[in-house]
Ligand binder design. Sequence first.
Ligand SMILES: Nc1nc2c(ncn2[C@@H]2O[C@H](COP(=O)(O)OP(=O)(O)OP(=O)(O)O)[C@@H](O)[C@H]2O)c(=O)[nH]1
Ligand SMILES: [Mg+2]
Length: 325
Amino acid sequence: MRNRLPPDQYISGILAGDRLVLSRAITLIESRRPDDQALAQEVLTGVLNRTGHSVRVGITGVPGVGKSTFIETFGKYLTDQGHKLAVLAVDPTSQRSGGSLLGDKTRMEQLSVDPNAYIRPSPAGDSLGGVAHRTRETMLLCEAAGFDVILIETVGVGQSETLVHGMVDFFLLLMLAGAGDELQGMKRGIMELADALAITKADGDNRPATDRARVEYQNALHLFPPTGTGWSPPVLTCSATTGEGITDIWQLIQNHQELMTRHGHRDRRRQEQQLAWFRSHLRNRLESRFFQQTGVAEQLKAVEAQIKAGTLLPVQAVENLLRNI
Ligand SMILES: Nc1nc2c(ncn2[C@@H]2O[C@H](COP(=O)(O)OP(=O)(O)OP(=O)(O)O)[C@@H](O)[C@H]2O)c(=O)[nH]1
Ligand SMILES: [Mg+2]
């Protein structure tokens, strides 16, 4: 028995801020069944004009940098301020672990029972792109349900930072003092995506090291080309244990938001993100449609055998395939 609600019940439930209905709607988004997908699109369309009103913040950093602990402290600070917070994740490793954010609910001890916070682990997906796609749609549902701050966590591996950067207004990179730049994303250009850097664990004996790191990274950032928005990414220090620097980070995000909104940069960034999302989804769908067509698998086999035998050139093979199908 599949207990699905009629679309208008999802829509009214979400708009009323009903967390149970919200969770069930997110389950639709994460489902791969075509009828669930169609229903999910209907629900999304129904709430579309109530989306977009949140501050969307991405958080990344290498494993162990303190993302979960930071989100617990930062999240608590936000809900104490009266915000409604949704915490989502894009985690390409979640297929194996069953969702690190879920396991993390223990590390987010207070936040996970906070009535003004909603934590949803990363969807499992066949591809990182698919996971990101579902997280975007989940973010829209959370906005419609009245969450005014969305935090999207991602682990510092591979392409996931770029994908999360492509769905948020503010991208925060958490860094460890003295852990080596290459390890932390200097090389992979993650620093170039960041709207701010925060050196974590600025407490106890680690204080001098974090202060040094702050100066070093600030100098490094000066070498980057200007962003074209008038914003230059600052470097802060913070401690999720003592709470020091947490207020400053929220203040910074608000300053950024204010500056970006005033000059229309935020809307432009979001428009570009929507277009990029559309284009990548279109490409994905075209590709999977092509490969799902009847006869393609057999033809591919035959063609690949010819290519291996050297009797058919790759470009010609592609042209033939596209013509035949
Ligand atoms: N001293 C100190 N330790 C911290 C702080 N924040 C986190 N830690 C510790 O650092 C370790 C890693 O913290 P996590 O929050 O699990 O780090 P993470 O980035 O979520 O790690 P992954 O989920 O593995 O990617 C834990 O042992 C924390 O207790 C901090 O502000 N100060
Ligand atoms: Mg974590």
